[in-house]
Ligand binder design. Structure first.
Ligand code: G3P
Length: 218
């Protein structure tokens, strides 16, 4: 499974990209607003830091305007993926942009049927928001599982499932088990993936025992 970072914080992205484990980045208007910075500038900076797709979301709500915004954003760098919302206008914009060779991430997906439509519209990525489904008492992972099963039924559908709105380590694990191609993960959750109490305890014991040998490796 590929890991994208779900943030527009360039310091966080720089730090995490240095691990070599980051395959892309997703942003959205709320994440950009949090930075207080210029949108184009932020996207440009992020695109230079990671080789993989960097999602930048349009804010227009009507197809032609979405396409126009998408084309403008796509000029920022070769690795920009245009994010459009899952509406009829968004799906039409998706079709036009992907036919023109631009990567498109269809966002705000909450059902398998929506994901089927996005795939038929040629989406590069579909973003089911699993945390927000859990928030309303539904099972976000179940939606990922359904989308996986549907996409696997049809060879012609090549859209990648990008598990979004991830809130916990458990979401990451269960997205992978459900067959998501990508998980876009908030920086803190990504950092927490290395953590386990037994890793810390085991490491402390190894270090204490090594100390007793009085040896050094270098
Ligand atoms: O990638 C979409 C994601 O940013 C939404 O996450 O936590 O706001 O539901 P959240």
């Amino acid at each position: 499974m590929k890991f994208f970072v779900d943030t527009a914080d360039t310091d966080e992205i720089r730090d995490l990209a240095a691990t070599g484990l980051i395959d892309g980045v997703t942003t959205n208007p709320s994440l950009v607003a949090k930075t207080g910075r210029d949108f184009t500038e932020v996207v440009k900076e992020i695109c230079a830091m990671v080789d993989g797709p960097v999602s930048a979301e349009v804010t227009a709500l009507e197809t032609d305007a979405m396409v126009e915004e998408g084309r403008k954003l796509a000029k920022i760098a070769d690795n920009v993926a245009i994010k459009v919302p899952l509406t009829w206008d968004g799906l039409k914009a998706c079709r036009t942009l992907t036919q023109g060779g631009t990567m498109v991430n269809v966002t705000l997906c909450f059902s398998a049927n929506q994901a089927l439509l996005a795939a038929k519209a040629g989406a590069t990525f579909i973003s089911p928001f699993i945390g927000r489904l859990d928030d309303i008492g539904e099972d976000g992972i179940e939606v990922i599982r359904d989308i996986r099963a549907i996409y696997d039924n049809y060879d012609a559908l090549s859209t990648e499932i990008l598990a979004a709105s991830i809130r916990s380590e458990d979401h990451v694990k269960r997205s992978a088990l459900a067959g998501a191609d990508v998980a876009t993960v908030p920086p803190q959750v990504l950092r927490d993936l290395t953590k386990h109490a037994l890793t810390d305890k085991g490491l402390a014991a190894f270090m204490a025992d090594w100390e007793k040998t009085g040896q050094t490796i270098l």
